[in-house]
Design a protein around this ligand. Structure first.
Ligand SMILES: [Zn+2]
Length: 299
């Protein structure tokens, strides 16, 4: 009876909230004076090929939503690959291991066409609800699975839903990964610190504002509905690019084959590519290439 309640956030000692904030932090910025070939700006396109795993992660009950995932493989990825090939632009695809096992030929084609594949969890699980051993086991198996299917060992990770547990960074370090692309403390690349200690892992930051899902996601039985017209999303992405170009930085975009890969939306990707090409001094690169350049050419 009347056990003392857990302290509320407004009752925490300074030491406690400082520890929470300081656990995973941005360290040194990796900002090169110029990009490869003297380019002024780097454009890093990424596509998270979640396919059926979003629904499987939630229990796999909806056949309709599983078919939506299959669209990502049947229509979305081929449409995106055709577009990238048309302009000779490389991109990075983050693929949950279960999506890779369901669609191994897609992954082999992505690699064969010169793109990068990065880790995206096992079944799009949320890391923050997993015990350490389960999270570690799934990430190790995910890396092995992608390597087995494609013949290429992934060097980067995007955690599913950008969800990060208190253990994620230490596991990434143990795996010897080059980079993470799930956090958002900057617009330039930066080194990740674990409890104040440099990890050597580079963050290539993401942001919800540069993610197609934010504007277009739909759920029939929840209140989630698309709320931004495609031309407005192009406008937001283009402004993000234009400012990155002015500042000599990185324009990084996160998109999804089952979201952007529609007849009425794919023009957004094409227009961004055409707009960047027209500048004449933009480096189109995979996330891995951007990170390697930023790490070795930091000003
Ligand atoms: Zn995802």
């Amino acid at each position: 009876m009347n056990e003392p309640a857990m302290p509320q956030p407004w009752q925490w000692e300074d030491e406690h909230w400082r520890k929470l904030v300081g656990h995973v932090r941005a360290g040194d910025a990796y900002r090169p004076r110029s990009w490869k070939g003297g380019a002024r700006c780097a454009l890093a396109l990424s596509f998270d090929s979640d396919h059926e795993t979003n629904e499987l992660r939630d229990g796999g009950k909806s056949i309709g939503r599983l078919s939506w995932g299959q669209y990502g493989n049947r229509v979305g990825v081929p449409r995106i690959l055709r577009l990238l090939e048309k302009y000779g632009v490389p991109a990075t695809f983050y693929v949950p291991a279960v999506a890779a096992l369901l669609h191994p030929d897609e992954q082999r084609r992505v690699i064969a066409e010169g793109h990068e594949i990065g880790i995206h969890g096992w079944i799009h699980e949320l890391n923050s609800v997993l015990p350490h051993d389960a999270e570690r086991d799934l990430l190790l198996r995910a890396a092995d699975t992608l390597e087995k299917i494609t013949g290429t060992r992934p060097v980067g990770i995007r955690t599913p839903s950008w969800d990060f547990s208190p253990n994620t960074l230490a596991i990434e370090q143990e795996m010897g990964l080059l980079y993470d692309s799930s956090l958002m403390a900057d617009e330039d690349c930066y080194e990740l610190l674990l409890d104040g200690v440099p990890t050597g892992i580079v963050e290539l930051p993401v942001e919800w504002v540069r993610d197609d899902a934010v504007y277009f996601m739909m759920h029939r039985f929840q209140s989630l509905r698309p709320h931004t017209p495609p031309r407005e999303v192009l406008e937001i992405f283009r402004r993000e690019f234009d400012a990155a170009y002015e500042e000599g930085g990185i324009c990084q975009l996160t998109m999804h084959p089952h979201i952007i890969g529609y007849r009425s939306r794919i023009f957004i990707v094409e227009e961004i590519i055409r707009h960047a090409k027209a500048k004449g001094d933009v480096w189109f690169a995979t996330h891995r290439e951007v990170v390697e350049w930023a790490k070795t050419h930091a000003a």
